[in-house]
Design a protein around this ligand. Structure first.
Ligand SMILES: [Zn+2]
Length: 256
């Protein structure tokens, strides 16, 4: 049996396999290249997608996880299209938060086109608060879990633009290619020459132009901080720094 995992650096939560890659794949790769422990939690298999199937997307998501170098990727197998921020889902989230004890949690945005994205945001926010309450009892493999809470929570950007400037923009110039390769692992969804089914139904994601859109978006956010490619985030709470030296690192990277 695997040893119990604790103290993961960053946990990325997404409603569907590929949410993380499309919105924060470069940020994930930055962390894993720095030797940080990253876990991805997908809430559904994405089985309502027009192309591919739940089984195919699980396989693709594992391939993408390998490309990104994440420690572990789990899938809660909730029903795609019908995720509810109910007690059952929140308890599931409390269990994985207490199990992994992440220092940072990154999730779907609060205001989004797909209802599942908003539902995951609500579930994580609620679970993060409740996970710190000692009187909410949960078990993992029969063992009582310790309470845990982090205040460092971010949302990535999906279909809708943020209603204000991002709170953080991460330079992914060094990992943009890794991000795109992880996205191309989902060849049932996005266009990959010679791999995608040319006779499948056409969707927004399956057109070759979609990958250009992603690149344009990364370039746009890159221009805002003076680098080639970047990914934007909103922070739920204000971001505090222990020292301005964290910004010296930023300066060094952006001007090299
Ligand atoms: Zn999604």
């Amino acid at each position: 049996m695997k040893p119990e995992l604790t103290n993961i650096d960053v946990l990325f939560a997404g409603a569907h396999p590929d949410d993380i890659e499309l919105s924060a794949g470069g940020t994930v790769a930055n962390l894993t290249l720095e030797g940080k422990k990253v876990v991805i939690v997908d809430f559904t298999r994405g089985e309502l997608g027009t192309r591919g199937s739940g089984a195919t997307r699980i396989k693709e998501s594992q391939e993408a996880a390998n490309i990104l170098g994440v420690h572990e990727r789990i899938n809660l197998r909730l029903p795609d299209g019908y995720i509810k921020a109910d007690d059952e889902s929140i308890l599931k989230a409390i269990r994985f938060i207490r199990k992994y004890r992440p220092k940072i949690v990154v999730m779907n945005p609060e205001y989004e086109r797909h209802p599942d994205h908003e539902a995951v945001h609500k579930i994580i926010r609620s679970a993060m608060f409740k996970s710190g309450l000692i009187r909410i009892i949960t078990k993992d493999n029969g063992k009582k879990q310790e309470p845990f809470r982090t205040r460092t929570m971010l949302s990535y950007q999906q279909a809708y633009s943020f209603h204000k400037n991002p709170d953080l923009i991460v330079d992914i110039s060094d990992t943009f290619e890794i991000k795109m390769n992880a996205i191309k692992a989902y060849s049932s969804q996005v266009y990959v020459a010679g791999k995608s089914d040319p006779n499948g139904p056409v969707t927004r994601l399956s057109r070759p132009e979609f990958l250009e859109e992603l690149k344009s978006r990364a370039i746009y956010f890159g221009t805002l901080i003076g680098c080639r490619y970047a990914e934007p985030f909103l922070s739920i709470e204000l971001v505090g720094l222990k020292s301005l030296s964290a910004m010296l690192l930023k300066e060094k990277k952006l001007t090299k």
